[in-house]
Design a protein around this ligand. Structure first.
Ligand code: GDP
Ligand code: K
Ligand code: MG
Length: 293
């Protein structure tokens, strides 16, 4: 049998379940997931390997109108996702109208590559609403094949998987056949810590934070990690640390538990907080954190 391989790009509004779907398809927790918009800041590849196929999924940030340089760069990742795909997955959720950005929406409707429109979170809907929504999307995006799914409950995800395999072009693999992602280990450390910050702090704090794993030392039994949590202001530093360090300690405990699962090893995790003014609007800083295109 001939080998198939190709790029499958997942796009859609914030919070529709793009990262949940990617993790479900890959079978690993590669992308962090929270109920907050802008959880995903980068383009993350998740690679699924079979004997005769390699499916390269790409999870992207939700589509927004950029308000500052970091968001500009995030939307650059989304733009690229249109350009190199063999299959486009356009995800919407039950009750949603359409993509917030009209230009992106037109690109989907006029796409020359196959589009799978996934209507997600159907666990939250009834039969009547589901039928009405499927009909609406069939009219709005006539070039798409529609799948009603629940990424969270893994409902109908296998059908999407099978259809994507059918659509992949004949090609040798693009990555080694044991590769799971294009991102280095440190990236997953940064993301895991950022997820815990998203979950533990209110309001604008998570959006002012960036993580930098300065040290990642692995030996047979243990991985030693030192990560710095970058904030923009002194007040934010105080909030992150919390009373007697309790808040930061909680983040550390939660992150460590996830990292031990992810890497399958004992983790020693050291975190500290540093003020780095305006990292979100400073291009040089953004490059350092991997937002350059
Ligand atoms: P993204 O911003 O598009 O990447 O969305 P996420 O994958 O981060 O998910 C956003 C929120 O929606 C999280 O709270 C998920 O648990 C939730 N979610 C994702 N898929 C489903 C689903 O099929 N059903 C329900 N009820 N919730 C979901
Ligand atoms: K999210
Ligand atoms: Mg996401």
């Amino acid at each position: 049998m001939e080998h198939k391989a190709g790029f499958v790009n997942i796009i859609g509004n914030p919070n529709v379940g793009k990262s949940t779907l990617m993790n479900a398809l890959v079978g690993e927790r590669l992308s962090i997931i929270t109920s907050k918009a802008q959880t995903t800041r980068h383009r993350i590849l998740g690679i699924v390997n079979g004997d005769d196929f390699q499916m390269i999924l790409s999870d992207t940030p939700g589509i927004i109108k950029p308000a500052y340089e970091l968001q500009n760069s995030m939307m650059g990742f989304v733009k690229n996702a249109f350009e190199d795909a063999d299959v486009l997955i356009y995800m919407v959720e039950i009750g949603e109208k359409e993509l917030k950005d009209e230009a992106f929406f037109n690109k989907i409707v006029h796409s020359k590559i196959p589009v799978l429109l996934l209507l997600n979170k159907i666990d939250k809907s009834n039969q009547e609403q589901l039928e009405e929504q499927v009909a609406m999307w069939a009219e709005k995006v006539p070039n798409a094949e529609i799948f009603a799914i629940s990424a969270l409950e893994n409902f109908n995800v296998q059908a999407v998987f099978n259809r994507v395999i059918e659509l992949l072009p004949v090609s040798p693999p693009f990555y080694p056949k044991d590769a799971l992602t294009d991102k280095p280990e440190r990236f997953f450390v940064n993301e895991t810590i950022r997820e815990k910050i998203l979950l533990n702090y209110d309001k604008e704090i998570p959006y002012a934070v960036e993580i930098d794993t300065e040290e990642f030392k692995e030996d047979d039994a243990i991985i030693r990690i030192r990560a710095v949590i970058m904030v923009e202001r002194d007040t934010q530093k105080g909030i992150i640390i919390g009373h007697k360090g309790a808040a930061l300690k909680r983040v550390g405990i939660q992150a460590r538990a996830d990292l031990e699962k992810f890497f399958g090893k004992q983790i020693f995790l050291e975190t500290y907080v540093k003020v780095n003014k305006d990292w979100r609007s400073n291009m040089n800083q953004l490059k350092r954190f991997g937002y350059n295109q």
